[in-house]
Design a binder for this molecule. Structure first.
Ligand SMILES: [Zn+2]
Length: 312
């Protein structure tokens, strides 16, 4: 589905055909679109009218007399750069689609597709956003999915964000692009996982701060500060990486707080205080049962957006 690399490179070269893009220079095109960087795309108005609500509306307005046949087609300059316009026109004209493997490529295309009310390009990008290069930045995927109301993609992207610490400074600019609802839903997912595990660690078989705890072997009171410290480290890890995978491994196997806990013994009878195998199993099971995505939202997900006029 992706275009050949040569096509991609070609678009970046100087166009010698009177400024016309070589893929869009057909003589019988009756409209010319000019990109922000002055590349011209000669296309058929029929294509634009049938694929774009914006152009359909524009052509519903009174047009220049159709009896005049020898005038050059009118040129409409738009806000998009040539790479974005090329991508959009390739999709609506049935040409090989450009490489859609980075957010710097797909974001302007989506923006333009929304502006010109072009559901075709929007659907093509949507079909490709779950591919590895884009999944590698789940927070940006989440932002786009929420922005355009793609609920399934938003839910999946939210799952992929669980490896991220949303409080890290590098994510601030992406989080700022989210709607309040989208942002709160994501924070809720991350917090719910941490809090659910924290609560579980206070329930049996774990000891908690309510009342004294005695050695299961000799019955003497035990000091369980090692477990309290490990619990703290577990929660801090869940806060930074809510997926929880690193809690089980290497956390409970290698953290100094974990080693101290597994080594702790009753000062009276010298029996180990904590069952490492049971503790690890219960924590792993709890993490596996935590919610993994944001909750589905009732439609409509985003507010309806009115297309903005292009510069003419
Ligand atoms: Zn004891």
């Amino acid at each position: 589905m992706q275009a050949e690399q040569e096509d991609h490179l070609k678009s970046e070269q100087e166009h010698s055909n009177g400024g016309l893009h070589p893929l869009f220079s057909s003589e019988d095109g009756d409209i010319v679109l000019g990109s922000k960087d002055r590349v011209l795309f000669r296309v058929h108005s029929y294509t634009l009218k049938t694929t774009s609500g914006w152009f359909r509306a524009m052509y519903s307005l009174p047009q220049r007399s159709a009896t005049v046949t020898d005038v050059p087609p009118e040129t409409i300059f738009v806000d998009e750069d040539s790479a974005t316009l090329e991508g959009l026109l390739r999709m609506v004209c049935g040409l090989p689609v450009p490489r859609l493997d980075s957010y710097d490529i797909i974001e302007p295309i989506l923006h333009a597709a929304e502006k010109y009310d072009m559901p075709g390009p929007m659907s093509i990008v949507r079909a490709l956003v779950m591919t590895p290069p884009l999944l590698a930045e789940p927070l940006r995927l989440y932002a786009i999915a929420c922005r355009y109301g793609w609920q399934d993609e938003a839910m999946l992207a939210s799952r992929y964000t669980l490896t991220l610490n949303l409080h890290a400074p590098e994510f601030r600019s992406t989080l700022q692009k989210l709607s309040t609802d989208a942002l709160l839903n994501l924070f809720q997912l991350h917090r719910t996982r941490r809090e659910a595990l924290r609560k579980r660690l206070d329930d049996p078989p774990f000891v908690n701060d309510n009342g004294d705890t005695s050695c299961s072997n000799c019955g003497s009171l035990v000091d369980y500060h090692t477990w309290r410290e490990l619990k703290y480290v577990i929660i801090m890890e869940m806060d930074a990486r809510p997926l929880g995978d690193t809690v089980v491994n290497p956390g409970l196997l290698e953290w100094p707080a974990a080693r101290a806990c597994w080594a702790a013994k009753c000062i009276n009878c010298d029996r180990v205080l904590y069952d490492k195998t049971l503790t690890m199993r219960v924590i792993r099971e709890c993490i596996e049962q935590l919610p993994t995505t944001i909750d589905p939202l009732p439609p409509p997900y985003p507010p309806p957006i009115l297309p903005r006029g292009a510069s003419i």
